[in-house]
Each structure stands twice: as structure tokens, then as C-alpha cells.
Design a protein around this ligand. Structure first.
Ligand SMILES: *Cc1c(COP(=O)(O)O)cnc(C)c1O
Length: 394
């Protein structure tokens, strides 16, 4: 049995664990797992209560779509579940190859590569692009997986203030002596719901001869004429050398991917450690992702309606006096400052049947604790009215 109980937790080599937990409690930073029962939908049972769910990244309401679940059921019967090994041994199935080809076509690039998760892509590929003697420039609000990827690369890491291309430029101007240079940024920031100044960043990458890597995790399926993301929307796709996306958010599934030139993908197959050393995703995931891409292509109204309703919700919230930061997307923070206030607000909303998760440090900087509203295509006008009515009275 695992050592537990007073004897092991209060004394001895592991006693620090309890101290750490108590410190988290004191600062209102201790997080606890809520249990969802049943499918991920606009109304979900979370922690034993049916609530309108503003905590999901299932932006296009595809996670429980019968077209995805039926495709997965069939694939499961035909091809089994586990994939048994890493892609370079026997894990790379015909389905994975098909999905990579489809993703490359969808993203309008030469090639694509699948990873077990978006986190695995970001934490794994930066070390394949830069190393000791190189430098990587990273927006201070980039996702944790990008920051970990920067650290693991052992390149020099130069963080720049959030969405400030002038500050990025002064770092670039001062660091021409490096062998290779890489700029990495989220396209749509996951907590603030704002977008990176990508045109300015692409200009800088050109001017200083730096590689540019953009993570579209929250924008894939939502932004751009064809749903490829913010780079498509801003028409700079051909200036971004490495583009990352995830199948786990708007695509309603699981797994991450990277797209780029055929040679880049070939190099990553050989060098990206989570690709080489982690088991491939089960093949039925492919069926879900292909079905999701069919829907994204056939039903653009999902993303346009989502963005229209998000814009109108943002303006109603501002009208009520809430601070929604610089959000321009389906991710809308209600910035309240202290974790304690954020928790009180979230608890009150829960009592009224509205699930809006609290985001606190270290996910956001100190003083920026917020409630993070994620809008999905499944939220009806009526659900949004309920949210606004509840917030008006708080
Ligand atoms: C969620 C997220 C990831 C990780 O993707 P997963 O597929 O969930 O592992 C990467 N980057 C950003 C910006 C994200 O928000």
C-alpha cells in the first residue's frame, strides 16, 4: 500500500506536502477536481448539479455530436482501441496517416504531424528547432506548454511583455549574435481571449530573419474564413513557419498537431521527443477528428454565430460594468482581481445554475484572478440571458 495517514504525511521526508497544501489553502489557491457526469454539453452535470456550462473549450459543440460518436464507434469496431506503441515503431496507423494528410490539406500546408496532445506538441517541438547557442522569444502570456518547451530547449529564453511588438523588436535588435532565432506566440490567448499582434510579429520575423511559430489552439475551427485560425483571418499563413493546433478544443476530440513544410515535419518525426517516445493516440480518435473537420467545412455558421453571440455578450457585460479585458473572441474573462472575490462570484453563480470557472495564479498573473467564460455554439440566447440576469444582480 502507498504510505499514507498521519505517520507518513505529518512526519518524515514527505511532511512538506501537507505544508504546501495548507499554504495553498491560506492563499485561496488550492484547486479541487469537479466531477462531470455525462457528456460535455452546453448544459452539463458538474459536481452533482445540472448547470449551464461556461467552462468548456468545446467551442463548436462537437464533443458529443452524434456524427463524431458514431464515427468513433464504427472505427473502434473495425480497428480496435489501443495503438500499442509509438508512431516510429507500429503505432502509426493508416488512419493517422489519413488524418495527417487531411490536416495538411485543411491547413493549406505541405505536411502535418499528430501528437498525443497539444501540450506534447509545444513542450516537444521547440527543442527540435532551437538549442544551446540559439534564442527563443516568447510572449509572457503564452500557454504553459510553450514556456515548458522553451525551457526544455536549453536555448536562451527572452520573454517579452504581452502583445508588445516594440519590446520584441528591441530584444531582436540586441541579439543578432545567436545561431538560430525563434519567436513563439499563442494566436488567441487562452485566458484573456485577445489575439497577438501577428502582422507586426511576422514583419519582425522577416526583418530579423527569425523563425515564427504560432499556436492556434483556441482559434482552430473558430477564426478565419475556413476556420483555420487567426493566421488565416489576418492572411499571414505563408509567413508563419510552424503552426500548431489542437484537436481537443473546437474539434471536440483529443490530440495535437503541427503543420509546416514537408522537411520540417520530417525533422520533427526524428527529433521531437514526445513524438518519438510516446504511444500514438488510439486510431478511433482519427474518425472523430475527420468527422469534426467535415462539419467545420460544411457548417461555417457554427463559427460565425459563435463569434457574433460572443461579441454581443461582451458588449452586454461591459454595459453592466464588468471588466472583460481586451477580449475579442469566444473567451471572455470577468477580471475581478483577487482569488477570494473570484471564488465568491463563481460560488454565487453556481448556486444559480451557472458554471463559470475561476482562473487564478499561477495560470494568470497576481492581481488578475478572473472568471473565464467560454462561449460555445451550444449556448442559446436564453442561456446567455440567464447569465446576464444573474450577473446584473450580483
Ligand atoms: C489547451 C492549450 C494547449 C494544449 O492543448 P491540449 O491538446 O489540450 O494538450 C496548447 N496551447 C494552448 C494555447 C492551449 O490553450
Amino acid at each position: 500500500m502507498v504510505p499514507s495517514g498521519d505517520k507518513f504525511s505529518r512526519t518524515g521526508a514527505m511532511a512538506w506536502v501537507e505544508q504546501e497544501l495548507l499554504a495553498l489553502d491560506r492563499e485561496h489557491l488550492r484547486r479541487r477536481l469537479a466531477i462531470r457526469v455525462g457528456a460535455q454539453r452546453a448544459v452539463s452535470n458538474i459536481g452533482g448539479k445540472e448547470m449551464i456550462n461556461f467552462g468548456s473549450n468545446d467551442y463548436l459543440a462537437l464533443a458529443a455530436d452524434p456524427r463524431l460518436t458514431q464515427a468513433v464507434s464504427q472505427a473502434l469496431i473495425d480497428g480496435g482501441w489501443g495503438s500499442g506503441s509509438s508512431p516510429l515503431i507500429t503505432g502509426h496507423s493508416r488512419g493517422h496517416k489519413l488524418l495527417e494528410e487531411r490536416l495538411a490539406e485543411f491547413e493549406n500546408t505541405e505536411a502535418a504531424l499528430l501528437f498525443p496532445s497539444g501540450f506534447a506538441v509545444n513542450s516537444g517541438i521547440i527543442a527540435a528547432l532551437v538549442g544551446p547557442g540559439d534564442v527563443v522569444y516568447t510572449d509572457r502570456k503564452n500557454h504553459a506548454s510553450l514556456l515548458d518547451g522553451c525551457r526544455l530547449s536549453r536555448a536562451d529564453v527572452r520573454p517579452y511583455p504581452h502583445a508588445e511588438p516594440d519590446r520584441l523588436e528591441s530584444l531582436l535588435a540586441k541579439s543578432s549574435h545567436y545561431r538560430r532565432r525563434l519567436i513563439v506566440t499563442d494566436s488567441l490567448f487562452s485566458m484573456d481571449g485577445d489575439t497577438a499582434p501577428l502582422v507586426a510579429i511576422a514583419d519582425l520575423a522577416d526583418r530579423y530573419g527569425a523563425m515564427l511559430m504560432v499556436d492556434e489552439a483556441h482559434a482552430t475551427g473558430v477564426f478565419g474564413k475556413n476556420g483555420r485560425g487567426v493566421c488565416e483571418e489576418l492572411m499571414i499563413e505563408d509567413r508563419v513557419h510552424i503552426r500548431v493546433g489542437t484537436l481537443s478544443k473546437a474539434m471536440g476530440s483529443i490530440g495535437g498537431f503541427v503543420v509546416g513544410s514537408r522537411q520540417l515535419i520530417e525533422l520533427l518525426v526524428n527529433r521531437a521527443r514526445p513524438y518519438v517516445f510516446s504511444t500514438a493516440t488510439p486510431e478511433p480518435m482519427v474518425a472523430a477528428s475527420l468527422a469534426a473537420m467535415d462539419i467545420i467545412e460544411a457548417e461555417p455558421e457554427r463559427r460565425t454565430q459563435l463569434l457574433d453571440r460572443s461579441a454581443s455578450l461582451r458588449s452586454s457585460l461591459s454595459g453592466q460594468g464588468w471588466n472583460v479585458g481586451n477580449s475579442t473572441s469566444q473567451i471572455i474573462p470577468l477580471i475581478v482581481g483577487s482569488p477570494e472575490r473570484a471564488i465568491a462570484l463563481s460560488t454565487e453563480l453556481r448556486e444559480q445554475g451557472l458554471f463559470v470557472p475561476v482562473i487564478r495564479p499561477p495560470t494568470v498573473p497576481d492581481g488578475e484572478a478572473c472568471l473565464r467564460l467560454s462561449m460555445t455554439f451550444g449556448h442559446t440566447e436564453d442561456m446567455l440571458s440567464k447569465l446576464l440576469a444573474a450577473l446584473r444582480h450580483i
